[in-house]
Write a protein that binds this ligand. Structure first.
Ligand SMILES: NC(=O)c1ccc[n+]([C@@H]2O[C@H](COP(=O)([O-])OP(=O)(O)OC[C@H]3O[C@@H](n4cnc5c(N)ncnc54)[C@H](O)[C@@H]3O)[C@@H](O)[C@H]2O)c1
Length: 372
């Protein structure tokens, strides 16, 4: 198979979908690899290193999209990239289609066979390719939040040190959603010495969090009363709720945000699925924050893009084995023989094949099994 990897086009997205080890494995197995010039630059991988590993370097993404059968990316395609796709080409990337209806329609129209990293799902419900990115985004949410709470950045928070010091109270961090991103956000917040509360609807998950963090956190059942009370008293609110593939539920209302103190900080990690906070709107690493009622909001859709030297390797460790399977077996055989990968198929043969995406975007749905 010819495997192509274009340079990412999203603002300040420095990750790349294929690293040297991946190129070598593909080439050794008899596949061809085309990489757009400087695709690996932001992650510290040079064109020369790719060439030595056996890849062909091409000057623009046009050559990649024209020749590759499998396109490996990190983030959803831009509208310009949609124009470059060919019928039946395989796209393997993060898609988050519920937040990108135009892209969903474009991929349908072009009959691209698109697999979304975030809906590849193991039988026990774990999301193996999303997980490492959620670990990073969760950890960074607390770093960024702690920084924004300081007075000195331009955005100017209330001027609070999350861990406090002896004799002075700690800052309060509320984490909404105690899954992978939420647990990692909490881990860092605990490390900083903050007063941490995690809310989730899943009782088993709350039990697990109570077991691992003990009395260093408060766990609360996620309901309107607990959310209202927690938001009003938080210095830093981190939203990490997920309904796999679907639009995030808007659990925090504008009214609740208005009860927060001026200079408090809200980080909506779930923004890539539409956000779990009513006042959320997507932002970029170039202009990551805005204020609502004096409360600083940060809602960058590709948080791990800021730490590519960590994120590229964390992502490709998880994503590459599936890409290799597709190259070895072909698309149909790979998804027939791997139920987790089959769940990742979001667009196939002009249909939306992820039920939640189809429902939330009001588009017609057909199951992958029916198409196969
Ligand atoms: N912005 C970024 O750069 C970035 C990067 C990585 C992940 N993400 C996003 O972060 C989000 C979380 O991902 P994850 O891997 O942690 O998901 P996850 O499935 O591990 O965790 C989601 C948690 O939300 C909980 N939940 C569901 N409904 C809830 C409700 N009503 N109230 C409280 N909790 C509820 C679930 O029980 C689960 O524990 C996703 O939207 C993911 O796409 C964003």
């Amino acid at each position: 198979m010819i495997v192509g990897c274009p340079k990412e086009v999203k603002i300040n997205e420095n990750r790349v979908a294929l690293v040297i080890a991946g190129v070598r494995a593909l080439v050794e197995a008899g596949h061809s690899v085309i990489i757009e010039k400087d695709a690996g630059f932001g992650s510290g991988i040079s064109n020369e290193e790719y060439k030595i590993a056996g890849a062909k370097i091409v000057p623009t993404n046009k050559e990649v999209f024209k020749n590759a059968e499998l396109i490996m990316k990190v983030k959803e395609p831009s509208e310009d990239e949609i124009d470059l796709f060919q019928k039946n080409q395989i796209l393997y990337t993060f898609l988050h289609l519920v937040a990108a209806p135009k892209i969903a329609k474009g991929l349908k129209k072009k009959k691209v066979r698109a697999i979304a990293y975030e809906t590849i799902e193991l039988p026990d419900g774990r999301l193996p390719v999303l997980t490492p990115m959620s670990e990073i985004a969760g950890r960074m949410a607390t770093h960024v939040g702690a920084y924004l709470l300081q007075k000195e950045p331009k955005e100017g928070g209330k001027g609070l040190l999350l861990g406090g010091v002896p004799g002075v109270k700690k800052g309060k961090v509320t984490v909404l959603g105690g899954g992978v991103a939420g647990t990692n956000a909490a881990k860092i917040a605990i490390g900083l010495g903050a007063n941490v509360t995690i809310l989730d609807v899943n009782a088993k998950r709350l039990e697990y969090l109570d077991d691992i963090f003990g009395n260093r956190i408060t766990t609360l059942r996620s309901n309107i009363t607990n959310i209202e009370e927690s938001v009003a008293t938080s210095d830093l609110l981190i939203g990490t709720v997920l309904i796999t593939g679907g639009t995030a539920p808007r659990l925090v209302t504008r009214k609740m945000i208005e009860t927060m103190e001026e200079g408090s900080v809200v980080i909506d990690v779930s923004v890539d699925q539409g956000g779990c906070i009513e006042t959320t709107k997507p932002t970029t690493h170039d202009k990551p924050t805005y204020r609502v009622n004096g409360v600083i909001h940060y809602a960058v859709t590709n948080i791990p893009g800021a730490v590519p030297h960590t994120a590229t390797y964390a992502l490709t460790n998880a994503s590459f084995p599936y890409a290799f399977k597709i190259a070895q077996l072909g698309f149909d055989e790979a998804i027939k023989t791997d139920p987790a990968l089959k769940k990742g198929v979001n667009v196939y043969n002009g249909f939306i094949t992820c039920e939640r995406v189809a429902r939330d975007l009001n588009l017609s749905y057909k199951s992958v099994t029916d198409i196969l």
